[in-house]
Design a protein around this ligand. Structure first.
Ligand code: SF4
Length: 505
């Protein structure tokens, strides 16, 4: 679709309006100046007067010569800063633009103009500001055009999170830890995580682990010196169980020695995502160090799909490893599923759910496939046939109903760019088995210190909630060369933030 958008000059509009366009058209070509033969012309007018901003949109479809109109107004508080004023103008323009595109295409965007990754964080913020549920919901409906059932989903997730973590809003005084192990047996086609094939690179693994032990020791020392407790620890990657049982054993020993009071940490998760990495020896190690929660990820129970996306393990292996983990005492297992994998529709997804029913993991994370720019799948899009938007929505509805009838509750959600059908990823669990780390990472109420490869740290400012990010490099080579410096830099940021926190106690 070739679209000409008139009346918008300010560069700050380009990104949000491009993003809205992509919600409707996969191959959208949005121009902010005159072009030849546009299929759709959208004229936008903005008026600002007497503390009211109004935007009008007028869209003309060149083929049908049909026109569509929309208007929206918002009050601009007289004490609004320039930045706040612009935010209001931007949301007003986004609103009318979304409305005309909805009319042109007949599509309704369930998340309205909300483009953020964390819708529930927005609702938490409104409730923390002292707004009632009704007021907060009205704002989500009116300011963002979010559909009612999505608002209900957000509220049920927020309620669930506060039930699981009643002190969620006070956890800023503690931290959580993310540890990234960047190795996998092979690389999957949709993957953009730091994941390097482990085969034959043992030397590299050794030096990476040397750096990681150092980071754990130094960070642990700082936490002990400053008397800061850890809420949760999460091993991700890559696949943290792609290293050997002995390497895992030494790593967890380091964690217990270096970090403060690990026995009081509320949850330790190790992703064992790829079933081909799970062995009885590794499960013994996980048990030895009281790891609470693991993830075994089928993604799909259709063998051809696994082959097509480059996951070199069998469906049978997933099922066998699940049973093995269960027999060996793992009683909190998460499984990830992906909606919209190449070649899959409602029938295939229903089959995956039927297989899931035989295992009943404690939690189930349902992702919707997203085409991330760097993945093999996106770069060779024509090779991978994926379902239409309407079918993706049907599969999502299937997941919602299936989880509800099988006793699962949604407890966290996040959205991504380029996600099929502009839907979301939802974490479900049997009540009481929710992952605390997943809630902490989504709601951003506390600092998360990332250690290891591709680990990104999020430092939450104790007063403003503003987030400072710090990313360790994704590849083991750069990490091995610079881990001491990264550790030092992060400790510097931690010192600054926790000094502010102490001065307020
Ligand atoms: S198992 Fe996960 S981290 Fe590893 S390559 Fe596949 S998607 Fe990426």
């Amino acid at each position: 679709m070739k679209i000409q958008l008139n009346g918008i000059q300010d560069e700050r509009f380009v990104r949000p309006l491009t993003h809205i366009t992509q919600l409707f058209f996969e191959e959208a070509d949005l121009h902010f100046e005159h072009i030849d033969n546009p299929e759709l012309i959208v004229d936008i007018k903005i008026h600002e007067n007497q503390n009211i901003v109004t935007a009008n949109a007028n869209a003309t479809h060149q083929l049908t010569t049909q026109t569509y109109q929309a208007e929206f107004q918002q009050d601009v508080p007289s004490n609004a800063t320039e930045k706040e004023q612009f935010k209001l103008v931007k949301s007003t323009v986004s609103y009318v633009f979304l409305t005309v595109l909805q009319e042109v295409t007949g599509m309704v965007q369930q998340w309205g103009i909300l483009t953020g990754v964390r819708p529930t964080k927005l609702l938490h913020m409104k409730l923390q500001e002292g707004k009632s549920k009704e007021e907060a919901h009205a704002e989500l409906r009116e300011d963002y055009k979010i559909q009612e059932h999505k608002i209900e989903l957000m509220q049920s997730i927020v309620d669930r999170q506060l039930k699981v973590i009643p002190d969620l809003y006070e956890l800023g005084k503690e931290v959580s830890i993310y540890i990234g192990i960047p190795f996998c047996p092979t690389k999957c086609a949709y993957c953009t995580f730091p994941a390097y094939a482990i085969n034959g690179k043992q030397g590299k693994v050794d030096s990476f682990l040397g750096g990681l032990h150092y980071e754990i020791r130094e960070t642990g020392r700082w936490l002990k010196e400053n008397n800061i407790a850890i809420t949760t620890i999460y091993y991700g990657g890559g696949t943290p169980t792609s290293i050997t049982a002995e390497e895992m054993d030494l790593l967890y020993e380091e964690m217990y020695e270096s970090f403060p009071s690990v026995e009081k940490v509320r949850e330790i998760t190790v992703e064992a995502g790829r079933p081909d990495t799970i062995t009885p020896e590794k499960l013994d190690v996980l048990n030895k160090w009281n790891i609470d929660r693991i993830s075994i990820n089928p993604q799909s129970y259709i063998q051809e799909t696994l082959k097509a996306i480059g996951r070199h393990h069998t469906v049978e292996e997933t099922i066998n490893k699940f049973h093995l983990a269960r027999t060996m005492g793992m009683n909190n297992i998460n499984m990830d599923l992906i909606i919209g994998l190449p070649g899959e529709g409602v029938k295939e997804f229903q089959y995956t759910l039927d297989e899931t029913e035989k295992l009943m993991p404690e939690s189930l994370t349902v992702h919707t496939l997203s085409f991330k720019r760097a993945s093999e799948m996106t770069q060779n899009k024509e090779k991978y046939k994926v379902a239409e938007r309407s079918e993706i929505t049907q599969m999502m509805d299937l997941a919602t109903n299936w989880t509800a009838t099988h006793g699962y509750v949604p407890y966290y959600l996040y959205r991504q760019k380029n996600i099929l059908g502009n839907l979301e990823n939802v974490g479900y669990s049997l009540p009481g088995q929710e992952s605390i780390y997943n809630i902490m990472i989504m709601e951003e109420k506390q600092t998360i210190i990332g250690l290891g490869c591709g680990a990104s740290s999020k430092f939450v400012h104790p007063e403003t909630g503003k987030i400072t990010r710090f990313a360790n490099p994704k590849d083991p080579k750069s990490y091995n060369e610079g881990f001491k410096k990264y550790t030092e830099d992060k400790i510097k940021i931690l010192n600054e933030l926790f000094d502010i926190q102490k001065s307020h106690v």
